[in-house]
Design a protein around this ligand. Structure first.
Ligand SMILES: [Zn+2]
Ligand SMILES: [Zn+2]
Ligand SMILES: [Zn+2]
Ligand SMILES: [Zn+2]
Length: 441
């Protein structure tokens, strides 16, 4: 099962800090990094050194604890328990979310990104995580679009146009040499650039800016608070992942626009902060930012078209998006113009063209599968001897030393259909299929 590999990779990528330490701290990923720092100061740093710059070089293979049998199962299960606890924190009731998202990824390309406190450098790590982020983001938000802006040498630089095609976005940041860090960053210039590229967007879509910021300075031509006010008026949500330390202006950008702010403590935490921004934001937060009097906008209908896919063997014709001659493509249902890729807006009649699988995949954010509850003892378990999903036989003896949120008997029960699942199926249902095989909900 491919999930399995992903789990091992996760453990591995986190392993520059010790795993045992990681469970406690990283489980609280939602908590603001600023708070965390204060807390650390209070209890003294003698016991742990979790900040990258505090930690001495750790051999990653030393930190993964084997159990008595020499297996790594424990480390993997720990990691899964973390994910499970995080899911339990998620709101169970349906919340209103924006599924048509527009995001500008703002990358700091100033010289401070060449620091080596994150290995190999902040810059290389950022590019790597940005790629993973983009792939995962499009997977969960197939109707969204991402644009990329870089900030270096005091200006904002458009690196990739707003696009709904993950390949286009990945291509924009594929060439490392074109993005080589230079000079000082300018928050104001690059936010203005990002803002101008989202001005024309319709109201039903979200406008978001995600800043990965490695510097402690910004050189701006004017008053950045004017830019901030303009972003609040335009309902642009700004989130910042800082790699160095908290800056007041960054915190303010996030607080006033209802975004999230976090300081990455180390490589693993950096990724956590970034990936927390993948699920679509709840709309509740937006109205709170707009003021107490504001309410959610009334639901309005929007026009979408399901395109006709041309067979591969059809005669070649020009597409309206690139003016290239090709045979495959999709026909706009309203004006019959030919476009290369969906989802997109028809270049001729402006109709939003989506395929129904895209719509269906966006749906699960609105009605998430309820988290399964861990069965805590054999006495509590049902009579079924195998997993309801994959029929693997459950262990008959309780494991000792299981951590919080983890079932010692390896059973997880769906609150709807009361079917019991193994931990692999639990993860698979909630992360991949988004539908319970027992009750179809
Ligand atoms: Zn085209
Ligand atoms: Zn059209
Ligand atoms: Zn199973
Ligand atoms: Zn169920």
């Amino acid at each position: 099962m491919p999930r399995r590999d992903a789990e091992y990779m996760e453990v591995d990528s986190d392993s520059d800090i010790s795993i045992g330490d990681g469970t406690g701290r990283k489980g609280k990923g939602k908590e603001k990094a600023g708070d965390k720092r204060k807390k650390d100061k209070g209890k003294g740093k003698a016991t742990e050194a979790a900040y990258t710059w505090e930690a001495s070089y750790t051999r990653s293979w030393d930190t993964v604890q084997e159990d008595e049998a020499g297996s790594l199962q424990g480390a993997v299960e720990d990691w899964m328990a973390r994910g499970r606890r995080r899911r339990l924190l998620a709101p169970a009731a349906p919340v209103r979310r924006t599924i048509i998202r527009h995001l500008v990824l703002l990358l700091d390309l100033s010289t401070s990104m060449l620091d080596r406190d994150m290995r190999p450098t902040r810059f290389d790590l950022t590019l790597q995580y940005a790629r993973e982020f983009i792939v995962e983001w499009f997977d969960q938000n197939p109707l969204g679009q991402i644009g990329v802006v870089g900030m270096r040498a005091g200006i904002g630089e458009r690196i990739g146009e707003m696009s709904g095609n993950p390949q286009d976005v990945l291509k924009a940041i594929a060439d490392r040499h074109k993005l080589e860090p230079v000079g000082e960053p300018s928050l104001q210039n690059s936010i203005e650039l990002a803002r101008s590229s989202m001005n024309h967007l319709p109201t039903h879509s979200s406008r978001e800016i995600l800043i990965i910021f490695g510097s402690l300075t910004t050189c701006d031509p004017g008053n950045i608070h004017d830019t901030l006010d303009a972003c609040v008026t335009n309902k642009i949500r700004i989130s910042v992942v800082a790699l160095a330390a908290e800056m007041k202006i960054c915190r303010e950008l996030c607080d006033k626009t209802a975004g999230q702010f976090g300081v990455a403590m180390n490589e693993g935490h950096f990724k956590d902060l970034l990936f927390e921004l993948i699920p679509p934001p709840a709309q509740k937060a937006l109205s709170r930012a707009a003021g107490a009097g504001a309410t959610n906008p009334a639901a309005d209908l929007m026009m979408m078209g399901f395109p006709t896919r041309l067979p591969d063997a059809s005669p070649p014709s020009l597409c309206v998006c690139h003016s290239e001659l090709r045979s495959e493509g999709f026909l706009c249902p309203r004006c019959l113009a030919k476009v290369c890729d969906v989802p997109t807006d028809c270049d001729v009649c402006d109709l939003m063209i989506v395929s129904s699988p895209h719509l269906a995949r966006s749906y699960h954010h609105l009605f998430p599968v309820k988290p399964y509850t861990a069965v805590m003892s054999i006495a509590d378990a049902s009579v079924s001897i195998g997993c309801h999903g994959c029929a693997r036989v459950f262990p008959t003896v309780a494991l000792t030393g299981a951590s919080e949120g983890l079932s010692p008997v390896g059973r997880y029960r769906c609150p709807e259909c009361l079917g019991e699942f193994c931990s692999d199926c639990d993860v698979f249902v909630h992360d991949v299929t988004h539908v319970c095989p027992g009750c179809g909900k």
